[in-house]
Design a protein around this ligand. Structure first.
Ligand code: FES
Length: 110
């Protein structure tokens, strides 16, 4: 089913901020430095005045071992950034210019 509805945001980004205790078998994105990366993401979105980009900190997205993870909609593209430079590249390339950053995409396998 396809819904052709007006969208609130041009891109909506969901960032896993789940924190689990040290030694937890699943680990967590927060334990892999997610929070500073998401803070950088929010600051860069704001600094560039991207009012049509939404961002939300979320709980676990379910693929903890691959984290830190973020998902960009409407594409449903999963990224696994590791550095502030990765965040800047995602913002500048994908969120501003609609060019996904292929090298940072998480490929879902089952
Ligand atoms: S803790 Fe981030 S995907 Fe599970």
């Amino acid at each position: 089913m396809s819904l052709d509805l007006p969208q609130v945001y041009r891109h909506h980004v969901f960032c896993c901020s789940q924190q689990r205790p040290p030694g937890h078998p699943r680990g967590s994105c927060a334990a892999k430095n997610a929070h500073p990366l998401w803070e950088q993401l929010g600051q860069r979105i704001q600094a560039k005045g991207l009012l049509d980009i939404g961002m939300a900190w979320t709980g676990c997205l379910g693929f903890c071992s691959a984290g830190p993870l973020m998902v960009v909609y409407p594409e449903g593209l999963w990224y696994r950034p590791e550095t502030p430079a990765d965040i800047d590249e995602i913002v500048d390339s994908h969120l501003v210019n609609n060019r996904p950053v292929e090298r940072l995409v998480m490929v879902l396998t089952r």
